[in-house]
Design a protein around this ligand. Structure first.
Ligand SMILES: Nc1ncnc2c1ncn2[C@@H]1O[C@H](COP(=O)(O)OP(=O)(O)OP(=O)(O)O)[C@@H](O)[C@H]1O
Length: 223
């Protein structure tokens, strides 16, 4: 689903990704950790075909990144960015119905999707009168509606209570069970370990296997 070899990406002429290689297969979920500014969001934007590589070769669903072929794969990619991207004056349901009309999804699925993320009773509330967590859950509902083959999530657990964080994992599992793939950026290593198949560390512009999470030392052994 994803094949990146020797990829470099610059943002505003500053090199961010360098010699980056990544392969993600069907049904696989990959987590990405890394220091602030290491380029995790840039990697997601590359995979979402919003940025082009300056070197290397990259393919998503077989389409070459940076080429016009990307237009045909965009509808199969679901990106949930850092901050909620909702129209503030529209209600949660109106936001999702608008999304459905733009993408050709059946609008009758909106109330089921809102129920699935526990927002059925807030459907008619304007987005700017909803909490950050509710807005992020609405974005998850949008991901459920779009049934993407490639799900790209940037800090999806941030600001969510534990129940809502479980919803994120369920959406990732669902995409992978349908033969899709997910790439998930997070600073929350414990949540990431629970959500994805393997975790990579973005350092100096390229990806490496992440070290295993620190295992807590049992109290008796620590004495
Ligand atoms: N619009 C921009 N103009 C110039 N430089 C940018 C711009 N956006 C990002 N960068 C630079 O690109 C680099 C990578 O940013 P990116 O947002 O991908 O990092 P990140 O790993 O996601 O960071 P964080 O963990 O803080 O979210 C940073 O050094 C940042 O300064």
């Amino acid at each position: 689903m994803i094949e990146l070899h020797g990829i470099a990406v610059s943002v505003e002429r500053t090199p961010v990704l360098r010699d980056l290689t990544l392969t993600v297969g069907a049904g696989e979920s990959v987590g990405v950790i890394g220091a602030n500014g290491s380029g995790k969001s840039t990697l997601l934007r590359l995979l979402a075909t919003l940025l082009s590589p300056t070197a290397g070769t990259g393919r998503v669903f077989g389409s070459t990144l940076g080429s016009r072929e990307c237009e045909r794969i965009r509808p199969r990619i679901g990106l949930i960015g850092h901050s909620p991207a909702l129209y503030p004056r529209l209600t949660l349901a109106e936001n999702l119905r608008f999304f459905c009309r733009l993408t050709g999804v059946d609008v009758s699925a909106v109330s089921t999707a809102l129920d699935a993320v526990g927002l059925g009773r807030a459907a008619d509330r304007p987005a700017d009168r909803c909490s950050q967590g509710m807005q992020r859950r609405t974005e998850l509902a949008r991901a459920i509606l779009s049934t993407p083959a490639l799900l790209l999530l940037d800090e999806p657990h941030a600001g969510l209570d534990s129940g809502s964080a479980g919803l994120v994992d369920a959406v990732i599992d669902d995409v992978c069970a349908r033969g899709g793939a997910a790439v998930v950026v997070s600073h929350d290593r414990a949540r990431l370990d629970a959500a994805v198949d393997r975790v990579l560390d973005l350092q100096a512009g390229s990806l490496h296997d992440a070290l295993p999470s620190a295992t807590p030392v049992p109290a008796q052994a620590a004495r």
